[in-house]
Design a protein around this ligand. Structure first.
Ligand SMILES: Cc1cc2nc3c(=O)[nH]c(=O)nc-3n(C[C@H](O)[C@H](O)[C@H](O)COP(=O)(O)O)c2cc1C
Length: 334
């Protein structure tokens, strides 16, 4: 089992690096920032900082969950952690279920000492509540890395296309509701690039989930990634299934009080500004960080610096001196 999970993770990384796994253009391309000819602000005074779980981030960014388990994953997580600490952004690690089967694999996730001052998150599939895992196991994952919370991912179409996927998604809402108060730290729910719809988001919020990452369509497609792992290519026909990121954000924003993270095709600071105007509190990305994380923490840090600069320029373009003023703007479709 442990070997299966680890070798699948390595396959995922290789497929993402070597194939076109972004089949659908980002819906954010359909929008233009509201340009202001007289912004009445000083570029050097624009404030991109964001307070998140008792930490002050340099901009509202969280590295989306990617990996763990294998040796390759240890390098990735180490470089991500060092860069996140240096640049003050938050970090979510990849699915950690493997450590419950193989405690040795913890070393690939054990990065807390490298990033002591930033919010750090564990990860597991929500569907595992139907496969023998519960509050005790989730608390073990959180405690194992001294995490500030856990992302539980929902990904039924990925699991359905995955040759060895876990596909019993029955009754997960009530199972989550039953354990949520037993968890040591806050639970965040995320998709993996196919989007979270309004009714699912509302049901999660009503049971006490305060944060969701809508992870909409427009970036890495996990039905495509799993299709590359199949003999019959079944998943490619399902690339179009999902909710575009813009729609997922607009719908989630209708739920008053819900904190929203935007991911799924966020590729530059302009995308970040658009996602924030559409309703995101924070933004997140996975695929663009994979190659830099395989090489060095400096390469990851450069990517963060570039995105932060682009976000600042986008805010300058439309005359927003801080994130609150950015969120108050309106985004128009082209
Ligand atoms: C190599 C790789 C591995 C991933 N592994 C996980 C995972 O273990 N758990 C999870 O919740 N999401 C995982 N994801 C999904 C991302 O967190 C994200 O939701 C999705 O890729 C969309 O973002 P993107 O378009 O910026 O890549 C992974 C993504 C990548 C690229």
């Amino acid at each position: 089992m442990k070997k299966d999970i680890t070798s699948r993770k390595i396959q995922h990384i290789k497929i993402v690096l070597e194939n076109n796994v972004e089949p659908i253009p980002s819906s954010l391309d359909n929008y233009r920032l509201p340009y202001k000819a007289l912004p009445e602000i000083d570029l050097n005074k624009i404030d991109t900082s964001y307070n998140f779980l008792n930490s002050k981030l340099s901009f509202p960014f969280i590295v989306a969950s990617m990996t763990g388990g294998a040796q390759m994953a240890e390098t990735i997580n180490r470089n991500l952690a060092l860069a996140c600490e240096q640049e003050k952004v938050a970090l979510a690690l990849g699915s950690m279920r493997v450590i419950l089967k193989d405690p040795d694999s913890l070393k690939s996730f054990n990065v807390r000492s490298l990033c002591p001052s930033i919010p750090l998150f564990a990860n597991m599939g929500l569907v595992q509540l139907n496969y023998g895992y519960g509050a005790d196991e989730i608390n073990r994952l959180i405690d194992a890395i001294s995490a500030d919370g856990i992302f539980l991912h929902v990904n039924h179409m990925q699991e359905a296309i995955q040759p060895e996927g876990d596909t019993n998604f029955e009754g997960l809402l009530s199972k989550l509701e039953a354990i949520i108060s037993k968890l040591n730290k806050p639970v965040f729910i995320k998709e993996v690039g196919s989007g979270i719809d309004y009714h699912s988001a509302k049901a999660l919020f009503e049971m006490g989930v305060k944060w969701i990452d809508v992870s909409g369509q427009g970036g890495t497609s996990w039905t495509s990634v799993e299709a590359y792992r199949r003999d019959d290519d079944l998943g490619f026909a399902f690339q179009e299934i999902g909710i575009p990121l813009d729609q997922a954000l607009i719908d989630a924003r209708k739920i008053e009080g819900l904190n929203i993270i935007a991911s799924g095709g966020i590729r530059n600071g302009l995308d970040m500004a658009k996602a924030i105007i559409l309703g995101a509190d924070m933004v997140s990305a996975a695929k663009p960080l994979l190659q830099p994380a395989l090489t060095s923490s400096d390469n990851v840090a450069s990517q963060f610096q570039r995105w932060r600069k682009e976000l600042k320029l986008a805010m300058f373009a439309c005359g927003a001196s801080d994130l609150t003023s950015l969120q108050e703007l309106e985004l128009k479709k082209i």
